[in-house]
Design a protein around this ligand. Structure first.
Ligand code: C5P
Length: 231
């Protein structure tokens, strides 16, 4: 198995969430959201080197949370104004002489319920493709808006998937893709890779439990999922 690095991006300000504290630091059943994500990934890949990306202004809060929880922080890197910049900073923390075929997983710190089966599927599919991303079927009916954003038409939801993290790529491809200039159309790491011509991206089965904490009610939903799962 190639060495694995895991970059957890947790440098967002969480404006959509609307709390005073960025959502990744809020308690989820007594433990900060991002700490749960770190623990899940450590248990899925104990040999991996984890790089945690937070904003510089949140470092004192993170250190305080680690003290409170008696938690050993992984290596910390400071993030940037966009997720793209935060991933790029995380990537630069990987030693320059690391094996270029190392697997790098990139995970949203706001997804605390990632499970080891999803991580295994992503890692396995990363080996012989340009990259692997977990995805789930869309359960709602979907409509496409026209240009004025008012009229709409139904679309076939079986043609769409909702994309999650961790997304997995070989280190050399990621480095090449993240050396290109930023483009506002980047929605995730797979879209950055595609810009560099790496389009053989494999979709693997994700998990409906691997939700991204986005709105305050998502904390309650995640706590309910925790009560029902054994991971
Ligand atoms: O905003 P959104 O929830 O889509 O962000 C996804 C992940 O990217 C979050 O974990 C967030 O903390 C992280 N992020 C970041 N740096 C930014 C913006 C978002 O690390 N500048």
């Amino acid at each position: 198995m190639f060495p694995t690095y895991i970059i957890i991006v947790a440098a967002g300000s969480g404006t959509r969430f609307g709390a005073d504290i960025p959502k990744q630091f809020l308690p989820l059943a007594g433990k900060p959201v991002v700490m749960r994500a770190i623990e899940r990934l450590q248990s899925a890949r104990p040999e991996a080197e984890i790089i945690l990306v937070i904003s510089e202004s949140e470092q004192p809060r993170w250190e305080e949370l680690c003290r409170e929880q008696d938690f050993k922080s992984p290596m910390i890197v400071f993030g940037g104004a966009t997720r793209w910049e935060s991933v790029k900073n995380g990537l630069e923390a990987i030693p320059t002489d690391a094996n270029p075929n190392s697997i790098v997983l990139i995970h949203d710190g706001a997804r605390p319920l990632v499970d080891s089966n999803t991580v295994s599927r992503v890692c396995a599919a990363t080996l012989n493709t340009d990259g692997a991303i977990p995805a789930v079927e869309v359960t709602d009916s979907l409509r496409r808006l026209d240009e004025d954003g008012y009229a709409s038409e139904p679309v076939d939801r079986s043609e769409y998937r909702a994309v999650q993290t961790p997304q997995g790529f070989k280190l050399w491809r990621l480095r090449q893709a993240y050396s290109l200039p930023y483009d506002a159309s980047f929605t995730d790491d797979a879209s950055v890779l595609a810009e560099a011509g790496f389009t053989n991206i494999c979709l693997v089965k994700g998990s409906p439990d691997n939700i991204k904490i986005t709105h305050p009610r998502d904390i309650a939903i995640a706590e309910a999922i925790l009560d029902f799962t054994t991971e």
